[in-house]
Design a protein around this ligand. Sequence first.
Ligand SMILES: [Zn+2]
Length: 163
Amino acid sequence: MDENGKISASGKAKSKFDKELRKAIRSNKITVTLNITEKNDTEDETGRHYMIVGQYEGSRIENGIIQASQSINLNHAEIWNRAGGSSIGLSVKHEIVEAFIGGKKFPGVGYTDANYNTAHNIVRDLEGRQFIPQHVEVRTPTQTQFYLIGNNGENLLLYTVTK
Ligand SMILES: [Zn+2]
């Protein structure tokens, strides 16, 4: 990564996932902005979207360039890894490629559940087989807690939202 935050790639990309990451890095038509956040949600005109690790936030077109946005919470990524999910590095790669695919498939379109899920599912397919921790939401009248179910069946608290 250079002083402007631009990532470059060298060596041969082997997997489909690495090839797509390389396209994202080299593209001059789509720019990906990955927001590192400590928040548990993203918010836009359509409302508040609670995150599990990361989330696609849509794209806009500026001067003919597709600007795709994505967020990642690295604390979530660490808990995800502890639950048996992918490494923090792989989660970062996942979010970069998800934004790139979202921008490519839905240029100039803001967040929707559908475009987020489409981009996310394509990345999942590219990543190949790995343990995916399921998440559960436990709601009481005063709060909602988001848990990950680990590979040993344990519950790991991701975060609590109080009302
Ligand atoms: Zn995703």
